[in-house]
Ligand binder design. Structure first.
Ligand code: URA
Length: 237
């Protein structure tokens, strides 16, 4: 890998900025002063320092966000703000993308990473990764709905959804529920409730596999995954 690419990836500015750092004699590789910012290095082996401080090579980034409403789960959008816009330039630098989509009005757990293999595993229909949502539903959710979810609903386009676990938290004019699904079809939870004649008025994702939304994260806040969460991500790759 080129030294300027590594340093740019690790947040030391653009390749041009790196060139300036090198010119100012601020960069060493294995304790020798660098002359050419385009020199080839082996990131796992070579010791790169800027101003005497070791630059740790991290090719991947894993972020947990509490997605706020009003943002699109994409890297760019012509009309709306995206979840990537929320990230600091240091994090944007890694070019992370959201793993799966939450609707614009949906809140809660969203993983952002540049690790395509992990994203693929988490989203693969074969893996049956469980996703738990909390929702408020307009209308009374009944045990009959619980049974219908458990036996697999047919959605508006004829798609047969896999069985889902529906738990009623409270039932009334507006009901509160938790639902666990293993798929991620477009508007899946909303369409499942439409299939039983009800409307989702608020939706928040709480879990994805073994990742649980950190309650300390306010809407629009995010943090890097902790070692335990990273272990889970490595385990399913
Ligand atoms: N199901 C939905 O309907 N919307 C989401 O954002 C996620 C799951």
């Amino acid at each position: 890998m080129r030294l300027d690419k590594l340093l740019a990836n690790m947040g030391h500015g653009s390749r041009k900025d790196v060139k300036t750092l090198v010119k100012k004699k601020r960069v060493t590789v294995n304790d020798s002063l660098v002359k050419d910012s385009g020199m080839k290095i082996v990131p796992e082996k070579d010791m790169v320092k800027v101003d005497g401080t070791l630059v740790e090579y991290k090719p991947f980034i894993y972020l947990m966000m509490n997605k706020p409403p009003g943002y699109i789960s994409a890297t760019e959008d012509r009309h709306d703000k995206t979840v990537v816009d929320i990230l600091s330039p240091d994090h944007q630098h890694y070019k992370p993308f959201p793993v799966g989509r939450l609707d614009k009005d949906t809140e809660g757990l969203l993983l952002l990473t540049n690790d395509g293999r992990l994203a693929h595993q988490l989203l693969s229909p074969k893996k049956d990764v469980e996703k738990t949502y909390y929702a408020r539903i307009s209308g009374i959710v009944t045990d009959k709905d619980v049974e219908a979810f458990a036996s697999g609903l047919t959605l508006d386009d004829g798609y047969e959804a896999k069985p889902a676990k529906l738990r009623i938290i409270s039932s009334g004019e507006q009901s509160e529920i938790e639902v666990v699904i293993t798929e991620g079809k477009f508007h899946q939870v909303k369409r499942m409730f439409e299939a039983v004649g009800k409307k989702v008025v608020y939706l928040k994702r709480l879990n994805m596999g073994e990742l649980t939304l950190d309650e300390l994260l306010g809407l629009g806040e995010y943090r890097e995954l902790n070692p335990e969460e990273l272990n889970y991500c490595q385990s399913i790759k």
